[in-house]
Design a protein around this ligand. Structure first.
Ligand code: GLC
Ligand code: CA
Length: 513
């Protein structure tokens, strides 16, 4: 059973480095998030996911955690974060932290201990072979860096040694089974981290690389799933209101492993990517469904989505997102008129949706050099654009000290400029989210049914008793169907309906009651 509060929740993802800097050092901070809670609430988001804000050498922007229980100095103190929980709760906003359970930084104290030649409590906290010249066959590994004569397995970058949750199939003498005391100790250590933040007021976690824990797992990830089900039991007993969203992108597996939500993430060529980011395989042509006149076919998304939806609608939620810190911003290829329709669709589907900071004002992807292991992702991580003051209102520091440069385009969108323009993307997002909160039929678990997905026609779908339709093309489109809804609750562009026929003008969206 998922936490009841998720029913009417829309998440706002905050990359803390880049949201709002309150002390002029050029880096966003926890106090900055506190100061902007009213902005987030007013936009219509009532929950946050904050990217890792813990002590770290920042070789992967904080996904290399050095101390799970300590806020990184550059963001403030633990007390600041506790206060954020408190202030957010006063405003009806929940807060998820980012849990990175698959690996730590190579500078984590557990790893320092694990590297020692002499056996200790942490020797098996990570995955080591038994000889300095023996590689972790089939897995990325590092040798030559520790006193201990062995090599260790990596989970992602070189700076991220894999924590040891055991192997489902043990094929080498250095691999431990899942129920080995050392593998269980890792699991307990992670529960301890979760308890720490939950008991200080956080509402749950977004879980990084959730499928990566147990190695040599089977196709159904039964080893890793068993770990999560065990952790879920702990949550159900001790923190029944806590929510978890997986970075797994396989809802049938993740939701059966005890998660409340799982992201449908962008992968080249997958269903989700065909909605907004289908520009990589077509010699410069953009075939995204929401790209005007791309002749897109919504079934390329629905084929996978509906299968997952049918399979999981009674056990949890699929989370759709505008973007995240790993993906090119949707403004990279789409203009505001296209984004309005894309978001209208995204935020009226079932499940628990996410909005990445700045996507509500159409922040652009920046072509800039890599920072903290970001590579191409860095361009989606630039400072939030608040207004036309220095550094676009992000920081009072010097431009050279900023975490990343702000968009220097003359027409860079800002919150202030978008607020002043009643036709802006920002206002559309705000209207859609308000509509979602006001209509139970648009919320996470209200029924969803496809009415028309024929190429060349508007896409028509039902949520509870409401009928919705979208037409991303510039030409007007008509669809005939037996429907009874005829009162327009909300529209972008224009729509008209009479006697079983619905016409949407070019680039339009409508909600009918
Ligand atoms: C996840 C994060 C990504 C990070 C990686 C390693 O994919 O979203 O930003 O680099 O895990 O932790
Ligand atoms: Ca700061």
């Amino acid at each position: 059973m998922s936490a009841a509060w998720l029913k009417d929740t829309v998440f706002y993802e905050i990359y803390p480095q880049s949201f709002y800097d309150t002390n002029g050092d050029g880096i966003g901070d926890i106090k900055g998030i506190i100061e902007k809670l009213d902005y987030i609430k007013d936009l219509g988001c009532n929950a946050l996911w904050i990217n890792p804000c813990f002590d770290s050498p920042f070789k992967d922007a904080g996904y290399d955690v050095r101390d799970y229980k300590k806020v990184a100095d550059r963001y403030g103190t633990n007390e600041d974060l506790y206060r954020l929980f408190e202030e957010a709760h006063k405003k009806g906003i929940r807060v998820l932290l980012d849990l990175v359970p698959g690996h730590t930084s190579e500078e984590h104290e557990w790893f320092r201990q694990s590297q020692k030649a002499e056996k200790n409590e942490y020797s098996d906290r990570y995955i080591w072979t038994t000889f300095c010249f023996e590689g972790a066959e089939g897995f990325p590994y590092v040798g030559g860096e520790s006193e201990r004569s062995a090599t260790y397995m990596l989970n992602f970058f070189k700076c991220q040694p894999a924590l040891n949750y055991g192997f489902r199939q043990v094929t080498k003498h250095w691999q431990l089974p899942i129920h080995h005391p050392a593998a269980l100790a890792t699991r307990e250590a992670m529960k301890d981290v979760m308890r720490f933040w939950l008991s200080h007021g956080c509402d749950g976690f977004r879980v990084d690389m959730a499928a990566s824990l147990v190695k040599n797992d089977d196709e159904k990830k039964s080893g890793t799933s068993a770990v999560w089900l065990d952790i879920r039991r702990m949550l159900d007993l001790e923190f029944p209101d806590a929510a978890m969203v997986a970075e797994w992108s396989n809802p049938p597996l993740a939701l059966r492993a005890g998660y409340d939500m799982d992201f449908y993430l962008n992968e080249r060529g997958n269903g989700y990517s065909t909605l907004f980011r289908d520009y990589e395989n077509h010699q410069g042509e953009d075939h995204s469904y929401f790209k005007k006149d791309a002749g897109g076919n919504i079934n390329r998304f629905l084929d996978q989505y509906l299968q997952w939806y049918q399979d999981t609608k009674d056990i949890g939620y699929i989370s759709l997102l505008s973007c995240n810190h790993d993906t090119l911003r949707p403004r990279y290829n789409m203009d505001e008129s296209e984004l309005k329709l894309a978001y209208a669709f995204l935020y009226t589907l079932p499940g628990v949706p996410f909005l990445y900071y700045g996507d509500e004002i159409g922040m652009r992807y920046q072509n800039i050099p890599t920072k903290e292991g970001g590579y191409f992702r860095t361009g989606s991580r630039t400072p939030m654009q608040w207004d036309r003051s220095a550094n676009l209102g992000f920081s009072t520091g010097c431009a050279e000290d900023l975490y990343l440069p702000v968009d220097d385009a003359e027409d860079a969108p800002t919150v202030a400029s978008q607020e002043a323009d009643p036709d802006s993307l920002y206002h559309t997002v705000k209207e859609i989210l308000a509509l979602r909160h006001s209509q139970e039929d648009l919320q996470a678990d209200a029924p969803f049914r496809v009415i028309c997905s024929e190429p060349g026609k508007p896409f028509v779908y039902q949520r509870g008793s409401l009928l919705l339709a979208v037409n991303p093309d510039s030409a007007s489109k008509t669809v005939k169907a037996a429907f009874t809804q005829n009162r327009i609750l909300y529209q972008i562009g224009s729509a008209s309906c009479k006697e079983g026929s619905l016409t949407l003008a070019g680039q339009s969206f409508v909600v009918l009651k």
